[in-house]
Design a protein around this ligand. Structure first.
Ligand SMILES: [Zn+2]
Length: 328
């Protein structure tokens, strides 16, 4: 963070989610100076997505003095490859699920600035390590509970990228090998099929279809139920909705017990819409973790919810990737 930062004091951070794409102009202290968003799924082709993004970016860039003030852009995206700047076979993206999209290049050409990209959950982990509850931690696992389930694994202070840039797809560890739910990745029984926002809605529909107890959720058509309806019902004390969170928390705890066996993190950090359920999710999660973990790991990790509001952790993390670029 030196050199031409005085002339170019900002980077653009993009948190590219399955539902929303959030852009922020960030300075070197991590202050978000301006922000905007577009709907990720409104575009069938990546060219249209990039064009709409660039239009939105220009509005916020103008607020800080124009593109001349921007050093680089960092992107956190599902199935983002830090090594190549591509998004590869991202199941939740209309324009990214069938092939390899050179997103960093497309943005770089459209904006005329250097662009770097990493997995969205890795970006969130970097954001959390730099500005959030993971400050000072060298070993932790970030789990993002959104449209899908993402993960960023930090070991000895470094994000684990693996041989190809894709390490840390903990959302796709298989939790149920018999009759597991189909997952967006094409396999069955993945953590993501149960513990994402869409997984929560599926659990609610399953409970409603297989039981006959009363629930506020019966007022909706099953296909209209999303995690939002479940969370509203749970907030009103609905027993079935609360059980949906208990089911979700239990499975997450089970998964974390396995993850602890892999990298012995000092904390699991949860981020994303589902964490708004608070204790409804976290109490069964921690209990289940203790039931399923090896004795040596049982009482060690902390279970924390990100304190960075909204998508700022992901935007800040994405921007941190941008600061790391060293153009010639
Ligand atoms: Zn999967």
């Amino acid at each position: 963070m030196e050199g031409n930062n005085e002339l170019k004091p900002y980077v653009i951070g993009l948190d590219l989610g399955g539902t929303n794409s959030v852009f922020g102009i960030v300075d070197s202290r991590g202050d978000i100076k301006a922000t905007t968003a577009i709907k990720t799924q409104a575009y069938e082709k990546v060219e249209d997505y990039v064009a709409a993004s660039v239009e939105a970016i220009h509005v916020i860039v103008d607020q800080v003095g124009g593109l001349d003030k921007i050093k680089a852009m960092g992107i956190g995206a599902p199935n983002g490859n830090y090594y190549t700047g591509t998004i590869e076979f991202a199941p939740n993206l209309k324009w990214g699920h069938t092939g390899i999209v050179p997103l960093a290049d497309l943005f770089s050409k459209a904006l005329g600035i250097p662009v770097a990209l990493t997995n969205d959950a890795n970006a969130a982990a970097i954001g959390e390590m730099t500005y959030g509850v993971a400050r000072g931690m060298k070993n932790f696992i970030m789990l993002t509970l959104g449209t899908g389930v993402g993960s960023g694994i930090v070991i000895n202070g470094q994000v684990v990228y693996g041989c190809d840039g894709f390490a840390g797809e903990l959302g796709h560890v298989i939790m149920r090998r018999d009759n597991g739910r189909p997952c967006g990745c094409g396999r069955c029984g993945c953590l993501e099929a149960y513990c994402s926002a869409t997984g929560v809605a599926r659990t609610a529909r399953e409970f409603l279809a297989t039981r006959d107890d009363a629930s506020l959720l019966r007022e909706y058509k099953p296909e209209d139920i999303t995690s939002l309806e479940v969370s509203i019902a749970a907030g009103k004390g609905d027993a079935l909705a609360k059980e949906v969170y208990e089911f979700t928390g239990k499975m997450l705890g089970e998964a974390c017990a396995d993850f602890a066996a892999f990298s012995s993190p000092e904390a699991f950090i949860f981020f994303g819409g589902l964490t708004k359920a608070g204790d409804l999710l976290m109490e069964p999660l921690v209990k289940s973790y203790k039931e399923h973990s090896l004795t040596i790991f049982r009482d060690k990790p902390k279970f924390l919810i990100s304190v960075l509001d909204g998508s700022s952790a992901a935007v800040l993390g994405a921007s941190a990737v941008g600061w790391d670029i060293n153009p010639d």
